[in-house]
Design a protein around this ligand. Sequence first.
Ligand SMILES: NC(=O)c1ccc[n+]([C@@H]2O[C@H](COP(=O)([O-])OP(=O)(O)OC[C@H]3O[C@@H](n4cnc5c(N)ncnc54)[C@H](O)[C@@H]3O)[C@@H](O)[C@H]2O)c1
Length: 277
Amino acid sequence: MSFTLKGKSALVTGSGRGIGRAIATRLAHSGAAVMINDLDQEALQETECLLRLSGHPNVHHLAGDLTDPSFPDQLIKGTLEALGSIDIIVNNAGYSWDSVIQKTTDEQFQAMLDIHVVTPFRILRAASGYIRETAKAEIAAGKHVMRKVVNITSIAGTEGNPGQAGYSSGKAGVIGLTKTMAKEWGRYNVNVNVVGFGLIETRLTQALGSEDAKMEMHGHQIKLGVQPALLEAAKHSCALGRLGTPEEAAGAVLFFCSPLSDYVTGEVLICGGGFHL
Ligand SMILES: NC(=O)c1ccc[n+]([C@@H]2O[C@H](COP(=O)([O-])OP(=O)(O)OC[C@H]3O[C@@H](n4cnc5c(N)ncnc54)[C@H](O)[C@@H]3O)[C@@H](O)[C@H]2O)c1
């Protein structure tokens, strides 16, 4: 490895399973102290156990629903209390709640905006005081310290996808947030980028109807997953001929968390094996 994240502190949302867990693992393996968060307390504790068992004692967790308007402030405060600093923020938490537009309720559409764009906005706003004040002090002391924000989008956000009006709108919105924050925070030495995934093997992309392909959110049982025929078609039309693994997805995120991307900001990196909708 040509870099280390030793001495860096990272916050990864939605890290109880899937891509978030893989990102937290990659960051910990690279030397960072990590705050993990998820709505699902059991899954979160499993991630923490796995990280500790693989030799990473510097892991803390804070369970909670990121769409509760007061929680992003608590999460940033809790991260600073536990880790002492925040150098890397990965806004990863997300889910899909799909329907064709005529069947999409206001609540459903708003829920997709809330988790995919309002939550990253609130987290970054909550961290802004710390980031600005710390960077100003570092710059005044002649220190050059880069911080990293990585948001997560999807090819549904960059290309659109039938049945995902809400999801694709939220995922498109977070690209605008990313590009704006790159411009606002460049002066504070923060790289703000976004990684967009194609199809990565997680709970979200299981064959529709499988036992685990569901989640409960605000009293709704939400079906997750992709039509099996669509999954097969996707494999065939994908340049690499397969879905990606969470570890591969986390690799693209790690690039933006590392010094290798110190002169890259406001960019969208698609990690999709060459698959397009
Ligand atoms: N898997 C894919 O193919 C794919 C493709 C494009 C984009 N993405 C994006 O990648 C990210 C990770 O997805 P994944 O595939 O790992 O899904 P996943 O379901 O395996 O993991 C997502 C985690 O986020 C958590 N979460 C959801 N809402 C939350 C909330 N309000 N508060 C706290 N935690 C919350 C869930 O509990 C879950 O543990 C999401 O933003 C998703 O939209 C995934």
